[in-house]
Design a protein around this ligand. Sequence first.
Ligand code: PLP
Length: 365
Amino acid sequence: MKIDLAVLNRQFELYQKEYESAAIKVLRSGWYILGPELEQFENEFKTYIGCEYSVGLNSGLDALTLAVKALGIKAGDEVIVPANTYIATVLSITENGATPIFVEPDIYYNIDAENIERVITAKTKAIMTVHLYGQAAQMDKITQIANKYNLYLLEDCAQSHGAHFDKKMTGSFGDIGCFSFYPTKNLGAFGDSGAIVTDNEKLYKRIKMMRNYGSRIKYHNELEGVNSRLDEVQAALLRVKLEHIKELESERKKIANIYLEEIRNDNIKLPMTRSKSEHVYHQFVIRTEKRDKFKCFLEDKGIKTVIHYPIPPHLSECYRYLGHKKGEYPIAENYADTVLSLPIFNGMTDNEITYIIDTINGYKG
Ligand SMILES: *Cc1c(COP(=O)(O)O)cnc(C)c1O
């Protein structure tokens, strides 16, 4: 049997007719950018998250970068960020000239809230939290720290669509919540796109201007903006998927729960969920000491896995200038050496799930 990490045509086939008619409707309409589909998607998405405003953008990275920029964070400012995250989170900080201050992850792979306060300085402007792999970070504690020190709170929700912390949706805790709709994400489009959500009208208006060359009225450019628009075809397709997000989410949870119940191998550490932190399993990430050997073992059996992520941002070549050393964030570095994401995607068959479990349970270490 051959199983990829994510087989995206399966999730398309689940609602194929709806996607096709939504796309054809836009193609026939003659209106392709900043039109009615985007407006309706933004309305539906902000309602889903539980925020006042939403702005559709070109990508998750744009959502993060424009969020940092809209808050006026710039060179000389510091932003606290987990050491264990995708590089995009950190790029949004450095793209604005600010300095990322890394904090080690906890056992749930999210920023360890216990370690945030001690890195706060006079230059700290914001905490950028990430709900990694689909599990909400410890938002009660993180929100409390942001309030206590009067810091902005940003949320990278690129992996956490639909995940709650204590019954409140990720993306609705901070000043701005940032989402990616990259095709593999839990709410994935069929191309690039992203969005921000916020309750702050000023930030909403600013980001809405920024995405369209800094103008509210055509050719009246108030800000130095960018081109970061979520097109009508993607918006129409996202509206279809958003309607089915609950079903898609339960399917991922169902697969994850079968893994959690049935994978039995002393060499493999299964993911854990913090009480109050919902996990929507964007990735199902295990840890094992001889990770590369285990990965090859699975590959030989036809099971494709991916490492999220093999090099932590502080050791990435592009950030050599930040001057971080190997050993500086040992927990994040250990995760980079031991984590492995197993296949989990909508439309996975029972046979595939069973085959993966049996193969893993037969691994001798
Ligand atoms: C995917 C992802 C992003 C970037 O989203 P794009 O749409 O690919 O730009 C940012 N942060 C995290 C944690 C992600 O997983």
